[in-house]
Design a protein around this ligand. Structure first.
Ligand code: SAH
Length: 378
């Protein structure tokens, strides 16, 4: 530990724990402590709950830059200066759930609902393939008309036509047999953010009919079935505390997802959280770095929400350790309707616009876009 030591006759007069509060009075020592915790995370790949809380409550801009430096190096060691791209098709905004934060929640009567069919989705994939995507992400609300059987048939169709591509699903909570069917149909990956690993917090973000245990069980089942599995959170969601974030980091460290989706919470004007403040951009970047340090091989997107809260969000996300970007492949006509939060970026652009804009953005920071499936590897 790189700390000034109080030495008396060759021995420290205080144990580390005792001398901490004393030293914390002095300028700069908090920062030194945070760096020591970041080093510890890098060495041991885990921190204790009180250490996580300490880090979230005391980190400075300097600590954030320190973590980003380590994270970016780990990302380059593992994946090089190459960014994996995933084309996301938001194929339905119809949802049976009523999550308080989400713009496509069932009770939002202002949302103009839409549902793409098989042909629409295949067209998006065709355009995506031409522009260099080798992963298609199909995301939607929990739409009963797109049940597991119908979706499984579509997955088969996509995999038959594009055997060199990965298919990722992000359609929410299903039952084990349904996930199994989708896996057998050839789906490779599944994104299901846990949203929060703190049960009380979960209950403040979701109505009573939704279950923390069910969502967490889904994640375990997905992993057991052999999906490359993605968890994740919104940073700064209402009622989130440092303790919640500590619980998230501990959960992620134990569950070891293959992918972690982290973006700032952004309010949507037609939800109960319309007046809640947005999440912190800097804290989101810091969390990306901490996830990379804890799980060096993880597939870590610089999310659309990060690009929405700051125009350089996706570039800075990559510089903080992210290695994935997920541009939109949805038809421009429906993009504005898949509004999870206000002011979502890229809703006016075409698939080709997004693809080349992204390439230029990555080039501007010395990275290139990789035209591969971009699978997880140990
Ligand atoms: N129905 C799917 C997909 C949900 S949308 C599912 O349940 O997994 C994808 C993610 O968007 C959510 O998991 C949530 O973390 C994020 N999201 C929703 N509303 C948001 C908001 N207001 N601000 C930021 N992110 C939001």
């Amino acid at each position: 530990m790189d700390m000034p030591s109080l030495v008396f006759k060759g021995q420290s007069i205080f144990s580390r724990k005792e001398r901490l509060p004393f030293l914390l009075q002095k300028n700069g020592v908090k920062s030194m402590e945070c760096k020591a915790l970041i080093d510890k995370l890098n060495a041991e790949k885990t921190l204790k709950k009180d250490e996580w809380i300490y880090l979230f409550e005391n980190y400075t801009e300097d600590d954030r830059a320190y973590a980003a430096g380590i994270a970016q190096k780990l990302s380059i060691d593992k994946y090089g200066k190459r960014i994996f791209i995933r084309g996301i098709v938001e194929f339905s905004n119809i949802c049976k759930n009523d999550c308080y934060y989400c713009g496509i929640r069932r009770s939002n009567s202002c949302a103009q609902r839409y549902r793409l069919n098989e042909e629409d989705i295949m067209d998006c994939c065709a355009e995506g393939y031409e522009t260099g995507y080798r992963t298609f992400v199909l995301q939607s609300g929990e739409d009963g008309a797109w049940g597991a059987e119908r979706l499984a048939k579509l997955v088969c169709q996509i995999k038959e036509k594009y055997p060199d591509c990965a298919v990722t699903l992000s359609v929410g909570e299903l039952e084990y047999d349904e996930y199994k069917l989708l896996k057998q149909a050839g789906a490779d990956r599944y994104l299901l953010r846990h949203e929060t690993a703190n049960r009380e917090h979960y209950q403040k973000l979701h109505p009573g009919e939704m279950s923390f245990d069910h969502r967490m069980n889904c994640l375990r089942q997905l992993k057991e079935l052999g999906f490359q599995t993605g968890a994740g959170i919104m940073v700064g969601s209402p009622f989130q505390t440092s303790e919640c974030l500590a619980d998230d980091m501990i959960f992620l460290g134990e569950f070891k997802p293959h992918m972690i989706g982290i973006g700032p919470f952004l309010p949507h004007k037609d939800t109960p959280f319309r007046d809640e403040p947005k999440g912190s951009y800097e804290l989101t970047l810091f969390l990306l770095s901490l996830c990379r340090i804890m799980l060096p091989n993880v597939l870590l997107p610089a999310t659309t929400a990060l690009g929405t809260i700051n125009p350089r969000g996706r570039e800075e996300g990559v510089l903080a350790g992210a290695n994935v970007i997920m541009p939109n492949l949805s038809p421009t006509a429906v993009r504005k309707k898949y509004m999870l939060y206000d002011n979502k970026i890229c809703t006016e652009d075409s698939t080709a616009d997004c693809r080349y804009c992204l390439q230029a953005r990555m080039k501007s920071i010395g990275y290139e876009v990789s035209i591969t499936r971009g699978d997880y590897s140990e």
